[in-house]
Design a protein around this ligand. Sequence first.
Ligand code: NG1
Ligand code: ZN
Length: 546
Amino acid sequence: MALALTLSLSSKSSHPKIGEKIIQYGTAGFRTLADDLDFVMYRMGLLAVLRSKSTKAVIGIMITASHNPEQDNGVKLVDPHGEMLNQKWEELATNLVNVGDENLESVLLDIIRSENIEISEQGEVFVGRDTRPSGVPLLNATLDGIQDLQGESRDFGIVTTPMLHYFVDETNKGREIWVSSYFAKLTKAFKNFCKDISISGDSYHPKIVFDGANGVGSIKMEMLANFLGEEFLEVELHNAGKGALNFECGADFVKVQQKLPRGLEELKPGDKGVSVDGDADRVVYFYVDDNNVFHLLDGDRIASLVAGYINELLQECKLKLDLGVVQTAYANGASTKYITESLKIPVDCVSTGVKYLHHKALERDIGVYFEANGHGTVVFKTAAVELIQKVANDQSLSSSERKAAAKLDSLLEISNPTVGDALSDILLVESVLRSKNWSLKDWEAAYTDLPNRLLKVTVKDKNAVTTVDAGRKCTAPEGLQDEIDKLAQSYPSGRSFVRASGTEDAVRIYAESDTQENANELAAKVAIKVYEMAAGVGEAPVIPAM
Ligand code: NG1
Ligand code: ZN
């Protein structure tokens, strides 16, 4: 008879569970005040070892709270192909984090049994973190968890989230990695792409004014810029670590506030502003015009630019591949219309959360996915890349066909196939702009955004707000959707929806209309309805003065 398995968790008593509040593995893992996370990290270290044993592959743990304020932190697990954690394991994670200390061993044993895990199997976990000071103690808690189940760990120190995803994927593909191999891959592909493109005229400038959100993005951007050299891309660094992380800067601030970040107030007309978020998986572009008016080029713009260009290259190299774009309900209505009607590229709309976009995009030969907030990438099937490379090397074809295929091959090599990656996305955007000899104004001319507003309301229990149809229809509280519909219909081109945030304790409200004033007003009126019907707490939202 087999001996009953027992676990001895020697560090458990150093990481006692605190608080009674149930916490959930949300759209971006666990995320809350850093002070409340020690036991969560320890337990995620334990779980990652089990996941590694179960998949017989390296698993990643990223310690970050992305665009949240500096005092928050969080943790996300990375699956073998560099993708977000499998949904069933998200539930296991939620369960493991919420049990009392006295039941920890038995819940782990349940997982071992239900997942048929061979405990003697090797377990290996890659760990990375953003620049938050709380990252160090939380890393130690994570390492304790890994060690308690005899897992091997490799600590990558401060890295961007997409770098860690890339390292996990590459290692599981049997390739050797080191920190600079990431930069080497990106820069080699970008330089290859730029090979035959000469810059002339006044439209494209190989220079960006970079807002690093005072986070890891600025450290890694500086390294990337050194690898590239100024002739390929000059980078003027701002918010490079002296101020508070994400405070009045970074991609989330710029997208939500629709204004220049702190430190870039003096951006000159014609300069290309670029903001990334606290873990550098999101990016937005912006500029000010001659009248000092701010213009934002967000994730929807990046999706349409990149997908449109890939489509052109496919036509030039006469390859019939299945290309599609994936968006969420937060995509600007004008972008969806432009991509489907002008570019004639199919668009799918999925629930908010990168994992949904990623999986949908993988259904295509080449899938371009972006959230409006600037989180996205290009994914592709290996067979599609092989076809493209075949065309690039087929001497019987015309040189224009071969060149287009070679460009497409480099472009796909620049993209991070595992997850949205601000640095790789910047190089994607720069590739297309350079190739088209476009300024940001040229890029923006493709379509006109519908003015929009994103608000949030704190309520007693955000889970009381439930939705269906990719987050576009609210099913509870009863009657709220009817109120939203009535309000939206009373504004020209009005569209609005609400959903519970997966990363914050709040309900998000999105509204679009023909003018910014109308979008602001519609968003505020819907926010008031949410506040009234879903037990809002704190100060009630107000309608802005026109
Ligand atoms: P929540 O908080 O669930 O809305 C936010 C973003 C998501 C995604 C996650 C992960 C918006 C409206 N929502 O999720 O798109 O990026 O954070 O970081 O931007
Ligand atoms: Zn992020």
